[in-house]
Design a protein around this ligand. Structure first.
Ligand code: ACM
Ligand code: ZN
Length: 752
């Protein structure tokens, strides 16, 4: 967050915390519809709901096949009966309603559904089912609805841990109710190949099995596979029949299953089974296939033939992410290929492979999607880009007239922590709380309509490295995918964080009764801050992901109880406040207390100069943490190094000098750091605080070392710095020394 010209900057730790402006009386629907006009009247729900539909025979058969999974007792009206059906579904292909859109009216005469397609009618029924949750009555309402984006996806990695077809279908059943229409099935990766391929039995007899159920324990076996029938073998794969069953189950729920076959990286399992396709000819030497070897193309073409035969999806995802260039550089066959094809570097070699595979897939009438790395050595002519490292790749693709699907890690990675990592089971990387997911806008107006029209939609990604069980999978998927359903469907004008908060809390309670295991939202008090630089004060607001809930607090360091003060309005902080706050469900305390010190400190708005080797990381926007003013803006980072507040340093130290403008008495200089081991974010080995009156001669005030015990922790947040008797100084040098040469993340150098 840059220091803007305006004296007032409003930032929230999660978008959930934003006050909703003008939230209308809401219907209990997720995703929220485009338009609704609802009266306070209701109509009684009959015990058996008869319906008629003018659907073509195949669509009618599909609907009847789906109805046993539908939560309401919908029954096709008997032709002989003269009774008026309660629900009338009319599909008119020439209507002005959009492809997936629908009109739904509920009044005392019954329910009318109009749509252009069976999909639109299906979505009207999903809305109806949500409105009928109380089983007794329905609101009198008129709804006109259509999605904001045509692509609304869930990605599921079944390589790192295997999820059987029943589990996949259970998730399809639920996500369809939120109008999610794509399952991106990540079928192959280094931890196991999951699709039976005729002619390549070793993929599923061997490269789908390992001796460690938990991926983190696989290191004990040097990440080697075992035979399917060996004792203790963990793994699995899908047969053609399994795939056909899942694809059909999805189709009845208007979901397309997009298969992903990873190449040229993330392929060590292929090379364990068929080592002749690696650059060395040996197994377990590389995750990348040899692009100089024609047999590599024969292999992937054979695999893709089978994939195309059993998956009707127009799109085939070919991976393309995170391929190392190391082995290709050293491989005579790869180097020969580069020479023969006039390729300047190994990135172009990867692009050669992707373009050649694209041509093959196009020749079969299908198109490819690839992760945004496929842009790096030149984009294949017809490729759609899935933007994950940020939004830049997707935007670049859209600018080039290629379709893009947005799934930036910062908002859409459902394998990342969703709450304070110190309270959560081990997960990957940054913390992506539901408010951050909900706040995502895949196609901001600022991009212009010419770019936005190529942005197909949004997807939530579930990587399974840290998801060893089925229950844990659901815990990571829900409720964030439900937030993304609203991101993908609902127009911006109808997206209200406060309304969503109420609806998602209801939804979580509901899906638990249906046998799912969602995360039930944070039990911690959340904060947001506003800094007024002109008046030199911070406005500190407290809120919660949960609803309804009470927040109680103290300002004397004591633990809040059920009779402590009830939080009602924000605090104005001119100097410092020590706040201890906790959530209470009536009189029962939840989670743990928030201990938060907020300071309008002496460094806010002052000039900071980074030493030549001490500057922040430049290669990812979100790691810049507000840039040159970010460490002195008064705004504190949350629990995620991707929240735009935390500044990253890699591989160098943080070494910066702050000029306070005049000689000032100081007694405390600290900055917060985090260690989150899974993405290689570490505490500093040591912090030194130096001061000077002239900017030339500096005196060391103190050092603060990372203890051996702290260094071993998976997750820890802690302030490093110096506290002591007041000293006079104009310049403060803050030097955080790297121990690991990986990522250091810090926020706000507080000077008092
Ligand atoms: C990815 O997360 N490697 C696409
Ligand atoms: Zn090679």
């Amino acid at each position: 967050m840059k220091l803007l010209k305006s004296p007032l900057i409003i930032v929230s730790i999660t978008a959930l915390l934003l006050a909703a402006c003008g939230t209308p009386k809401e219907l209990s629907i997720i995703p929220y519809p485009q338009f609704e006009k609802t009266s306070s009247k209701t109509v009684k729900l009959p015990s058996i709901i008869t319906f008629t539909a003018n659907l073509p025979k195949n669509d009618m058969d599909d609907l009847l096949a789906y109805l046993p999974s539908y939560p309401l007792p919908l029954k096709l009206k008997n032709n002989e009966s003269n009774d008026t059906p309660f629900v009338s579904i009319k599909v008119a292909p020439d209507s002005s309603i959009s492809e997936e859109g629908y009109n739904l009216t509920i009044n005392k005469k019954g329910i009318n559904i109009e749509a252009k397609s069976a999909t639109g009618a299906f979505y009207a029924l999903q809305t109806l089912a949500q409105l009928a949750r109380n089983g007794k009555e329905l609101p009198v309402t008129t709804i006109k609805d259509e999605p904001r984006f045509p692509y609304r996806g869930l990605h599921l990695d079944v390589s790192r841990h295997f999820f059987n077809k029943e589990y996949v279908m259970k998730q399809l059943d639920l996500i369809a109710t939120y109008k999610i229409n794509r399952l991106h099935w990540h079928l192959t990766d280094g931890a196991g190949w999951r699709l039976e391929i005729p002619g390549y039995p070793r993929l599923t007899e061997f490269a789908a099995w390992r001796k460690a159920a938990n991926l983190q324990d696989w290191g004990k076996y040097d990440h080697h596979f075992c035979e399917k029938d060996e004792e203790g073998a963990y793994g699995g794969y899908y047969t053609e029949a399994d795939v056909r069953e899942v694809v059909e189950y999805a189709r009845l729920r208007h979901i397309t299953v997009i298969p992903e076959i990873e190449m040229p990286g993330h392929s060590s399992e292929v090379l364990a089974a068929y080592p002749q396709l690696s650059c060395t000819g040996e197994p377990y030497t590389s995750g990348e296939v040899c692009i100089g070897n024609e047999d590599t193309f024969k292999f992937f073409e054979d695999v893709l033939d089978e994939v195309i035969r059993i998956f009707p999806s127009h799109y085939i995802h070919i991976g393309g992410d995170e391929a190392s260039r190391r082995h290709w550089k050293a491989c005579p066959k790869c180097q020969q290929r580069m020479k023969d094809e006039g390729l300047k570097n190994e990135s172009e070699l990867q692009s050669y492979m992707i373009s050649r595979i694209e041509k093959y897939i196009n020749s079969k009438g299908r198109d490819i999607i690839g992760w945004d790395e496929i842009l790096d050595g030149g984009l294949a002519p017809n490729a759609t880009v899935m933007s994950w490292r940020g939004t830049e790749g997707g935007i670049a693709a859209a600018r080039m007239g290629h379709y893009a699907i947005m799934t930036p890690e910062s908002h859409c990675y459902l394998d990342h922590y969703q709450d304070d990592p110190e309270t959560q089971p081990l997960a990957f990387g940054a913390c992506v709380p539901i408010g951050q997911t909900y706040s995502y806008n895949p196609a901001p107006d600022t991009l212009g309509t010419e770019v936005c029209k190529y942005i197909l939609g949004v997807q939530g990604n579930v990587w399974a490295e840290y998801i060893p069980t089925y229950e844990h999978g659901e815990y990571m998927i829900y409720p964030r995918i439900i937030a993304l359903s609203e991101v993908g469907w609902t127009p911006l004008k109808n997206k209200h964080p406060e309304s969503f908060k109420r609806r998602i809390n209801n939804e979580i309670r509901h899906i638990k009764t249906k046998g799912y295991n969602p995360f039930t939202l944070s039990e911690l008090v959340q904060t947001s801050q506003t800094v007024d630089y002109a008046k030199k004060r911070i406005t500190l607001s407290l809120t919660s992901e949960k609803h309804p809930i009470d927040i109680r607090y103290t300002t004397d360091g004591s633990e809040p109880t059920s009779s402590s003060k009830l939080y009602k309005k924000p605090f104005i902080v001119k100097d410092s406040i020590l706040l201890t706050a906790r959530l209470f469900d009536k009189t029962t305390p939840l989670g743990k207390s928030l201990h938060l010190r907020t300071d309008y400190h002496k460094g806010i708005g002052k000039k900071i100069t980074y030493a030549p080797q001490g500057g922040y990381y430049q290669h990812k926007e979100v790691y810049k943490g507000g840039g040159d003013t970010g460490l002195l803006d008064g705004l504190r980072g949350g629990k995620s190094y991707m929240d735009g507040r935390w500044q990253g340093f890699c591989p160098n130290d943080l070494d910066a000098t702050i000029d306070l403008g005049k000689i000032t008495a100081i007694h405390r200089v600290v900055a917060n750091f985090m260690q989150i081991r899974t993405p290689q974010v570490f505490l500093p080995a040591k912090v030194e605080v130096w001061v000077s009156t002239d900017g030339k001669d500096f005196t060391l005030l103190g050092t603060d070392n990372c203890s051996e015990e702290e260094a071993k922790k998976d997750v820890i947040f802690r302030d490093f710095g110096w506290i002591g008797a007041p000293v006079q100084a104009r310049y403060v040098r803050f030097h955080a020394i790297q121990g690991r040469k990986q990522f250091l993340f810090t926020d706000e150098i507080v000077i008092q």
